[in-house]
Structure formats: C-alpha cells, structure tokens
Design a protein around this ligand. Structure first.
Ligand code: CAA
Length: 380
C-alpha cells in the first residue's frame, strides 16, 4: 500500500491550491454575505481543466482520476465550500451519469461542454414530498410519439438557475414505482422548464439552490438517459460517487478550519503565552487534526477504489458520514478556539461552521448513509 500521491495528483493539488488562494478566497466572505454565485470563477476553472478532471480527453476532459478530482474539491472547499460543491455537483452528479450511461452522441453533445466548462451541470432528484425516500417521487414523463412530456417539480437543486444542463428523474410508469423511473437530460431553455424559488440558506450561500419546475415540458427521446425504467438505478449509482465528492468537500472545510485555528492559536496570547501551548487548546487541535486525517484517508480510499474499478458505494457512504460529522465537529471547535472573535465575521471560522452543516444533510443525510452502509454489510 502506498500513501503517496502521484506526481500528477501533487501537481493538481498545487495548481488548485494556488487558484483557490489567489482567485477564490479573496471574495469568499463577500459572496457568502451577498449570496452571489460568480460565474467567472467557474469559467476560470474550465480554463484550468478542473471542470472535466476525470473524463477522457475525447470528451473534453483531462483524463485524470477520481482522486485528483477529490483533491480539487477539497482544495476549493478549504477556502470556499460553495465553490467546492459547484464543482462536485457539476462533475459527479451531472457529468458522471452522462459519461456512464450516455450514448456517444449524448457524450459529445452534453458531456463535452460540461468537461470543457462552457456549460454548468446540475442534478434533480429531490421533490417536496421525497427527500430521503427518493423512490417516492411524483414527477412524471408521459411518452407522446418520439417525445416525453414532463410534469412536476424538484427542489433543493444545486447549481440551478446558473446551470445549462440538468440530469433529472421522472416516472414513465408511475404504477411501477422506482422500477418505472427514467432519467432525462434537460437543457436550460427548453420550453416548459422553469426555475422556481431560490433558497436563502444557512451556509454554502454563494452556491445557488433553486426549485425547478416542469410544466408540460417536452423533450425528445434523444434526451432520455439510459433505458426506460433504469432511472432509479442511475440516480443511486450517481450518488455512490457523488457522496465521495461531498466527503472531499467536508475534508476541505475541516482542513480550512483547522489551519485557521492552528495559526490563531500560535498568535493569540492569554495568561502570558500562546493559547496553542495551553493544554485545553493544544489537545483540541490534536483531536481536530486526527479526525481530519482519518476523513481524508477514507475519502481518498473511496476515490482510489472507483478509479481502480473496484466497488466503492459502501466506502463513499462511509467517507461522507465520517467526513461530514468531522467537518461539523471540527468547525464548532474552531469557533471555540477563536473564542469571541470566532463568532464574528472578522474570521472565516463561523462561515466554515455554517457551511459544514450541509455535508451531513445533502446527497443523503448521514442517517441515510448509515442505512446504505448497514444494508451493504448485511448483504455481504
Ligand atoms: N446502485 C445500484 N442500484 C441500487 C443502489 C445502488 N447504489 N441502491 C439501490 N439500488 C437499487 C436496488 O438494487 C433496488 O433494485 P431492484 O428494485 O431491482 O431490486 C432498487 O434500487 C431499490 O432499492 P432499495 O429497495 O434499497 O430502495 P429504497 O427505496 O429502500 O431506497 C435509499 C434506498 C438508499 C434510502 C435511497 O432512497 C436513497 O439513497 N435516499 C437518499 C436520497 C439522496 O441521497 N438524495 C440526495 C439528493 S441529491 C443532492 O442532495 C445533491 C446536492 O444537493 C448537491
């Protein structure tokens, strides 16, 4: 077993860290305050090749592995979790199912612009009445000749409004429940496809989250992803990898909070010496660092397994569960290390704490991760 990144992975980490610190960090607090998505940052990511890290060059990607992609999400999230999830949803939730299940024509038409960063991707599964119980969706897609007519709505859609390409799920045979679910690729300006309410959120405030609405939205069968009835499996398999992207986001948030805490603990003096050498804070930092490292190892392992063609669903659920809980714990502790200053917007740790919370909720709550892990254990 090797615990050393390859030269390519190290190079990607360095490139993304430079980009994150120079181009993303300076406006992170301001974008959070204003709930403002910055398309220019996404465009710059496209120019650097970050929007297509794991996809082959023939589809506009850079042909690197899933671990490199996780490192990129981690480094972005270390300074701005909103930018981290923009890339994670774009790559894992929109790009991956098209790469895996799309026809050659769909890959050239939809995956290529996603990989090149000329278009942004999103994924629509959750509905007002079906969050954890994803199979209980109500959106329908009725076949009419060579077209499908979609009706219904999806909520909490990351990147919505800004995205041009949406992978969504609807029932083509409602009486068959999840076995009657089919995946579709919907383009932004399709007639009958509308943006609904924009959420105002506790954290990841510069990542847009909107409702999307289908009102007699007609799409051709060329927009169907996979076969009729394959939709639920496509949705679940997509989340298997997506969850590890969120784990990487959580590792980045926790690392950002840890770095800020260590720096502060070295500088801040109370009782005549730095607070970092006083055991109450020193031991806190040690616990924080240990949990961040354990989260990182779980996350990298799951990404490595996916790149190697091994099973990774259970490992991704574990990494998301552990890294999400760690991000929450570590950021709460970071605010404690900073004391009163940590509670103000003068320092980034309060933002990290607000951002961490969502990693325990989206792409399946951490309760759902436990369900996924235990189901797989019992099946084994
Ligand atoms: N891979 C392949 N197939 C899978 C699968 C997987 N990982 N998981 C389930 N399936 C298949 C099963 O094999 C089964 O197939 P058959 O009918 O052929 O036997 C079928 O799917 C149904 O499986 P279950 O009976 O296990 O399904 P369930 O209804 O009990 O639900 C669940 C399982 C794990 C709870 C699922 O509903 C789930 O993951 N819920 C959470 C939803 C979620 O994560 N939403 C996130 C939204 S996206 C988001 O958050 C993005 C963002 O903002 C950034």
């Amino acid at each position: 077993m090797f615990f050393k990144l390859s030269d390519e992975q190290e190079m990607i980490r360095k490139m993304v860290r430079d980009f994150a610190e120079n181009e993303v960090a300076p406006t992170a607090a301001e974008r959070d305050e204003e709930e403002r998505f910055d398309r220019e940052i996404f465009d710059q990511m496209g120019e650097l090749g970050l929007t297509g890290i794991p996809w082959p060059e023939e589809y506009g990607g850079i042909g690197a592995d899933y671990l490199s992609y996780c490192i990129a999400v981690e480094e972005l999230s270390r300074v701005c979790a909103s930018t981290g999830v923009t890339l994670s949803a774009h790559t894992s939730l929109a790009g991956w199912p098209i790469y895996k299940f799309g026809t050659e024509e769909q890959k050239q038409r939809f995956l290529r612009p996603l990989a090149e960063g000329t278009k942004l991707g999103a994924y629509g599964l959750t509905e007002p009445g079906s969050g954890s119980d994803a199979a209980n969706m109500k959106t329908t897609a009725v076949k009419e000749g060579d077209d499908y007519i979609l009706n219904g709505s999806k909520i909490f859609i990351t990147n919505a409004g800004e995205a041009e390409i949406y992978v969504v799920f609807a029932l083509t045979e409602p009486e068959q429940k999840h076995k009657g679910c089919t995946a579709f690729i919907i383009e932004k300006n399709t007639p009958g496809f509308f943006m609904g309410k924009k959420e105002s959120k506790l954290g990841i405030r510069s990542s847009p989250t909107l409702e999307i609405i289908f009102d007699n939205c007609r799409v051709s069968k060329e927009n169907r992803l996979g076969e009729e009835g394959d939709g639920f499996k496509i949705a679940m398999m997509t989340l298997d990898g997506g969850r590890n992207g969120i784990a990487a986001q959580a590792v980045g948030i926790a690392q950002g909070a840890l770095d800020a805490s260590v720096n502060y603990a070295k500088d801040r003096k109370q009782f005549g010496k730095p607070i970092g050498v006083q055991q109450g804070i020193a031991f806190k930092l040690a616990d924080m660092a240990t949990k961040v490292e354990a989260s990182r190892l779980l996350t990298y392992q799951a990404a490595w397994r996916e790149s190697e063609g091994l099973s990774y669903g259970k490992e991704s659920a574990m990494s998301k569960l552990f890294a999400g809980d760690t991000a929450m714990e570590v950021t709460v502790e970071a605010v404690q290390v900073f004391g009163g200053y940590g509670y103000t917007k003068e320092y980034p740790v309060e933002r990290f704490m607000r951002d961490a919370k969502i990693t325990q909720i989206y792409e399946g709550t951490n309760e759902i991760q436990r369900l996924v892990i235990s189901k797989m254990l019992l099946k084994d």
